[in-house]
Ligand binder design. Structure first.
Ligand SMILES: NC(=O)c1ccc[n+]([C@@H]2O[C@H](COP(=O)([O-])OP(=O)(O)OC[C@H]3O[C@@H](n4cnc5c(N)ncnc54)[C@H](OP(=O)(O)O)[C@@H]3O)[C@@H](O)[C@H]2O)c1
Length: 172
């Protein structure tokens, strides 16, 4: 079985974006590191809100050379010619089937990560903890189930940012 990994920047108080979906609190160095991870992945996976954010804010589609799957209840694909496909039926079942063939990198966001964890599809999670509190915003992980994760690697980057990679171990 292949792996599904996620790389995400999280504020100290557990948000991944401001209420109006801004990411300007994430240092460019972290955006670049996450961007490099995306470039090296075979297949990208994201929720519909992350897809919309990227398309609307990044001036076009940045991952043209990749196969990208967007999980959603409806097909609002505006970049079908850029390797983007929407999964709109039996979404998580489709993700599980694809996982038998390909590694996937989850770009975001919190809702998709939560649903992947709920069905035990997420294998590893790399968290860039940014030393800023947003006060409110888009939450990181919602309600799932009790689980233990093993710390594989952790280091401190410039600006007091910690990068920690956890691997799913078991439910508790
Ligand atoms: N800090 C970071 O590193 C980082 C990284 C990525 C994104 N972000 C930010 O995170 C925000 C988006 O996160 P989010 O949590 O709001 O949304 P999200 O996870 O990107 O997308 C949520 C949407 O995806 C679809 N979806 C997710 N799981 C599903 C499932 N199991 N079955 C069917 N559909 C599913 C639904 O779309 P439908 O409503 O269409 O059904 C749902 O409303 C954006 O502001 C983005 O900029 C931050």
């Amino acid at each position: 079985m292949k792996q599904i990994k996620a790389y995400i920047a999280v504020s100290l108080d557990g948000f991944i974006a401001t209420p109006d979906h801004e990411l300007d609190w994430i240092p460019e160095s972290v955006k670049n590191l996450i961007g490099k991870n995306c470039e090296s992945a075979d297949t990208l996976l994201m929720g519909a809100n992350t897809y919309t954010y990227i398309f609307e804010h990044w001036g076009g589609w940045p991952y043209k050379s990749k196969r990208t799957f967007v999980v959603s209840s409806r097909d609002t694909n505006v970049t079908p010619d850029c390797g983007v496909e929407f999964l709109t039926d039996n979404q998580l079942h489709s993700v599980r089937e694809m996982k038998s063939d390909t590694d996937m990198l989850v770009v975001g966001g919190g809702k998709l990560l939560t649903s992947l964890i709920k069905v035990r599809l997420l294998d590893s999670l790399t968290v860039y903890a940014i030393p800023v509190m947003l006060g409110k915003g888009v939450p990181f992980i919602g309600e799932t189930f009790g689980s233990e994760w093993e710390l594989l690697e952790s280091n401190v980057l410039d600006g007091g940012i910690t990068r920690s990679t956890y691997q799913f171990l078991k439910s508790i």
